[in-house]
Design a protein around this ligand. Structure first.
Ligand SMILES: [Zn+2]
Length: 69
């Protein structure tokens, strides 16, 4: 499975899965929207329970980009 590629400083609709078997979120897929790509490299979705980075499954560029003040 290939990791989605992010362009910097854009918002995406992301799905991510918790792969930590110790966590009660294990094997749960989360939808994160909007997800900000930061510099396009450091793109992580962290589990709120176990604080491990989830595996990012899909990333769809939001079009149009959300208005952020
Ligand atoms: Zn977790």
């Amino acid at each position: 499975m290939s990791t989605p590629v992010f362009a910097p400083a854009l918002y995406y609709d992301v799905t991510a899965r918790d792969n930590n078997p110790e966590c009660r979120n294990f094997d749960t897929t989360w939808d994160v929207n909007p997800f900000y790509s930061n510099d396009g490299v450091h793109c992580y979705v962290q589990c709120g329970i176990c604080h491990q980075n989830m595996e990012i499954l899909t990333a769809v560029l939001l079009d149009p980009q959300p208005e952020v003040s």
